[in-house]
Design a protein around this ligand. Structure first.
Ligand SMILES: [Zn+2]
Length: 287
């Protein structure tokens, strides 16, 4: 299947999904085909807002440890954490986060959240994050799929000297993936929108015109999924065939969802499906 017919198929499927009853869409799995070729199947995990200190420091430490244990047992190729690693960014919380993260027996890729680098990131907050946690924007490839980890704080509250560089990198990275015909999964903290692409700016989305610019770039460059956290509410949207998914946290969920994470599977036909994996309350035990 060539690129334009694949694109048309994706748009048709997105329309079909949009017409489905919302009860079906609220389930665990969404299906959006990508390039139909011989993809090597694999799985990865999307964690959101480990946010040590939001649901109670000891609680969040315990649930993060349980998630690490459970993810190691599932043994996906890697895990991504969609930002807000900690509630209050300081030496202790970052050290505690890193100590638990070190328990992963597989690669763990982190995105920076507003609690990690500040609602308005500064040179100082970015420097601290980069020194302690690592890069705040980067890309990696897994079995032909490009994962682009971006720093949405630099879109939400632009910082002179940083946001321009980040934007140029984002465009260049998407263009490089497209040139290789590699489908892209974007991993970030802020979702682009929560209900509608043209909704007004609020605490849980990104401002215009940046939001539309990113949506257009994603559409143009073969982005198949856009994974975010921040909302503490499970949200599944689609935009031009792109799956936009906010997962459950391990700290505190505002929609009464259980603690847990999303397990994504990429199959031979390059279809991406995700399902919720709950942290069993029995595992958590009595308080
Ligand atoms: Zn957040």
């Amino acid at each position: 299947m060539n690129y334009s017919s694949w694109r048309r198929l994706r748009v048709r499927l997105a329309l079909a999904l949009a017409l489905w009853p919302s009860s079906l869409l609220a389930g665990d799995s969404t299906l959006v085909p990508s390039t139909a070729n011989n993809q090597v199947p694999f799985s990865f995990v999307q964690m959101c807002d480990t946010q040590l200190g939001m649901g109670g420091y000891e609680h969040d430490i315990m649930t993060f440890k349980l998630a690490v244990k459970k993810i190691n047992a599932i043994n996906p190729d890697f895990v991504v954490i969609c930002g807000d690693l900690v509630q209050n960014a300081n030496d202790k919380s970052f050290a505690d986060f890193k100590a638990i993260k070190a328990g992963f027996k597989l690669p763990c890729h982190c995105a920076a959240g507003n609690h990690d680098v500040g609602n308005k990131p500064t040179d100082k907050s970015l420097k601290r994050y980069r020194e302690i946690i690592g890069k705040d924007y980067y890309a990696f490839e897994n079995k032909g799929i490009t994962f682009v980890v971006a720093n949405t704080q630099l879109w939400k509250a632009p910082l002179v000297g940083e946001s321009e560089k980040h934007d140029a990198w984002f465009k260049k990275t998407l263009a490089a993936a497209k040139a290789k015909n590699s489908p892209v999964v974007v991993v970030v903290h802020y979702p682009l929108f929560t209900k509608k692409p043209d909704e007004k700016e609020h605490y849980y989305n990104l401002p215009q015109p940046k939001r539309q610019e990113i949506l257009d770039l994603c559409e143009k460059h073969g982005v198949v999924a856009f994974l975010a956290g921040h909302t503490h509410t499970q949200i599944t949207n689609t935009y031009q065939g792109i799956q936009l998914v906010n997962g459950e946290t391990t700290s505190k969920n505002n929609d009464n969802r259980p603690m847990g994470f999303r397990l994504w599977n990429v199959d031979k036909q390059n279809e991406l499906r995700h399902q919720f994996i709950k942290l069993d309350p029995i595992e958590i035990g009595p308080p």
